[in-house]
Design a protein around this ligand. Structure first.
Ligand code: C2E
Ligand code: CA
Ligand code: CA
Ligand code: CA
Length: 277
């Protein structure tokens, strides 16, 4: 048994070494990835449940690694967040979104809002308002075309500062939404002070909404809370018709999810608009 214990410790240490090694590799690869254009953005439509029209699209980063193949943002963003490379990625995303907005205008597509994700680490570390608005200005894109998604937990860290940064965005014309809402325990009194347009109900509450009473009652209270503060409420991760029907019935404003459209590379997104709008 002693021998076995020693072996499992050995195994555990090896695993940890591998984990550390992997992180190190990813961080090194991110630096190269920006230079060598390995990142791209995919776009997923946000749909108004009242008239079935697309009102916006969320941009989601994609990494096509030349050797390792596609790497999910759920894997590399948390690693990037532990170093400065999250700021490089963040700036890259803003510039790229601006380029795609201009590309859409050239193609004479509807002038929808493009949402982008701001990482909690970016929010904490730099003056993210200055950094984003500087890029958008130099790209000559109107801030009104851009919506910044901030997670509830990022805002909770330091509320006073968060509110100040949010006001910066708001005053320049950016739209703001709170992402993954319901997972960060924001105090409701603060929510009132956030100059935001929208809350996005985390997809964990939507996944089982048509069967699970707890999920349903949480979703219902978020919808009511949002409406009482004059905010739009969006449901994330809608995967089937039953969920969509539930949301329509309960007056949710917007939805996003595989049921209507998965995130798509730009060209495919443009085709989707052609077929659906
Ligand atoms: P998120 O911001 O909550 O983005 C929504 C995630 O849900 C995306 O995963 C999207 O592909 C996925 N999704 C959309 N509809 C459905 C559905 O119906 N069912 C399910 N199961 N999933 C759905 P993705 O693209 O893998 O991104 C994961 C997370 O990585 C994002 O979560 C966000 O936190 C982060 N991320 C992605 N792109 C960026 C970026 O450009 N910058 C930053 N800072 N973070 C990003
Ligand atoms: Ca998001
Ligand atoms: Ca989300
Ligand atoms: Ca999420």
């Amino acid at each position: 048994a002693k021998e076995e214990g020693r072996n499992s410790i050995r195994f555990f240490v090896d695993e940890m070494d591998q984990e550390i090694q992997k992180r190190k590799e990813i961080l090194e690869d991110i630096a190269v990835a920006i230079e060598e254009n390995q990142f791209d953005l995919s776009f997923q439509p946000l749909i108004n449940l009242r008239n079935d029209k697309m009102v916006a699209a969320e941009s989601l980063i994609r990494w096509y690694h030349p050797v390792k193949g596609p790497i999910s943002p759920a894997e590399f963003i948390p690693i990037a967040e532990q170093s400065n490379s999250i700021n490089d990625i963040g700036r890259w995303v803003v510039k790229k979104v601006c380029e795609y907005i201009k590309e859409m205008d050239k193609l004479r597509l509807p002038q929808i809002t493009m949402a982008l994700n701001i990482s909690p680490a970016q929010f904490r570390r730099e003056n993210v308002y200055q950094s984003v608005s500087r890029i958008v200005e130099s790209e000559k894109v109107s801030p009104r075309r851009i919506e910044c998604e901030i997670t509830e937990s990022a805002v909770m860290d330091d509320m006073e500062r968060a509110i100040e940064i949010m006001h910066g965005f708001k005053q320049s014309g950016f739209k703001l939404s709170i992402d993954d809402f319901g997972t960060g325990y924001s105090s409701l009194s603060y929510l009132k002070q956030f100059p935001i347009n929208k809350i996005k109900i985390d997809r964990s509450f939507i996944a089982d909404i048509e069967n699970d009473e707890d999920s349903a009652s949480i979703a219902k209270s978020i919808i009511n809370l949002g409406h009482s503060m004059n905010l739009e409420v969006l449901a994330e991760g809608v995967e089937n018709e039953a969920q969509q029907n539930w949301l329509i019935e309960h007056q949710c404003d917007l939805m996003q999810g595989y049921y209507r459209a998965k995130p798509m590379p730009f060209d495919q997104f443009v085709e989707w608009i052609g077929d659906n709008c």
